[in-house]
Design a protein around this ligand. Structure first.
Ligand code: 5AD
Length: 368
């Protein structure tokens, strides 16, 4: 059967509203076939280290936003982070993701020397996920040896983006600008959305998928919105304020979006996210991998910090040991008859872009 790569808005909307299980089986089949053809059977493991839960932003959906004064804040030391990196490397993973809140007090040079340290002591791809930072910082970190950057746009609806962010921030356009700078700096860029944000409609979700395509992303993270009772969006959700076009924050909608993202962006790396795993502890991760995903991002933050990285409730892997986490991930891959990737997993779309455009890293332009 012919796989429908590049679905248009109407097809996307029709799939998003599909309820018939047999028809949906066809969507899963198409997404799986496109995944196999374009990125193969290998599953890439990226070890996440939540290096700090300090945050200067007031994102209304997020449990570590700056207004949550009751949360104990931490920042890991360079030595602690390096120890985790070495462990991730020992387990055979090829990528580490250094993730934190958007902390405006985090010094540029602190991160630069951390990247230096990792570069000197290990042979691992470095992905950063530190929120919006000035082009100068991003350029310096690229020069120091960072390879990839994750920054979700959360929703393509500008008004909804405004509604879920409060405090001083520069809006949706700024986020797109940062993604553009990252692209110019030759980072592999990852972005993504949440499914079921209070106020999000089906039309918004269709536009999100088209936006993935437009941004030519190397990685796409798609996770359900999980209400945190300590946040504004969480309370709004729990009070049941919805209209009839409201997208549910459920498993099925997440799978549909994931599968459609795969059809729209065949070469992109797409994780089966922790948030999805949270919705269905038993099969969420495997279903994700069978419906378009080719990446898993296990958590390698020390347990004493992991519990404090409280972006949403019920996060999985909060108390498991590294051994348990690694074993369970390998078991999922084995059960599905897939293979553990043996190479660094640069996105196929990045390789294509790189071959076409890259004439050297234009870092200098951003350093002034
Ligand atoms: N539910 C789901 N995902 C969330 N994130 C933050 N808060 C939540 C939540 N309540 C995700 C956002 C953000 C990333 C750091 O975590 O997509 O970009």
């Amino acid at each position: 059967m012919n796989e429908n790569i590049n679905p248009d808005r109407e097809e996307i909307l029709s799939w998003l509203n599909e309820q018939d299980e047999e028809r949906l089986t066809e969507l899963w089949r198409q997404a799986d076939a496109v995944r196999r053809e374009h990125v193969g059977d290998e599953v890439h493991l990226r070890g996440i280290i939540e290096i700090s839960n300090r945050c200067s932003r007031f994102c209304r959906f997020c449990g570590i936003n700056a207004s949550v004064v009751s949360l104990k804040r931490y920042t890991m030391t360079h030595t602690e982070i390096l120890t985790c990196v070495k462990i991730i490397e020992k387990y055979g993973y090829k990528t580490v993701v250094l993730q934190s809140g958007e902390d405006h007090r985090m010094k540029t040079s602190w991160m630069t020397s951390l990247i230096d340290l990792i570069r000197k002591n290990s042979n691992i791809i470095i992905t950063l996920s530190l929120g919006e930072r000035p082009g100068r910082d991003l350029a310096e970190w690229k020069r120091a040896g960072a390879d990839r950057y994750l920054l979700k746009f959360e929703t393509s609806n500008h008004q909804l983006y405004e509604a879920i962010h409060s405090g001083r921030h520069e809006g949706w356009q700024k986020r797109l600008e940062v993604l553009d700078i990252l692209d110019h700096l030759d980072y592999e860029i990852g972005s993504g959305i949440m499914i079921g944000i209070p106020g999000q409609t089906w039309a918004d979700l269709a536009n999100d998928i088209l936006m993935f395509q437009k941004l030519k992303l190397d990685m796409i993270g798609i996770g359900p919105f999980i209400p945190h009772p300590g946040t504004h969006s969480g309370r709004m959700y729990l009070s049941g304020m919805f209209n009839e076009q409201q997208v549910p924050n459920d498993e099925m909608t997440t799978y549909k979006t994931l599968a459609l993202a795969r059809l729209a962006c065949p070469e992109t790396n797409i994780p089966s996210t922790t948030a999805l795993h949270t919705l269905n502890l038993k099969h969420g991760r495997e279903f994700g991998l069978q419906r378009g995903a080719n990446v898993i991002m296990p958590n390698f933050t020390p347990v004493r910090y992991r519990v404090l990285y409280d972006i949403y409730p019920g996060k999985t892997e909060v108390s498991e040991t590294f051994d348990e986490i690694d074993r369970s991930v390998r078991e999922s891959i084995r059960l599905l008859g897939r293979k553990l990737a043996t190479h660094e997993g640069t996105s196929e779309s990045f390789k294509t872009k790189h071959a076409k455009y890259s004439t050297g890293i234009p870092v200098q332009k951003f350093l002034h």
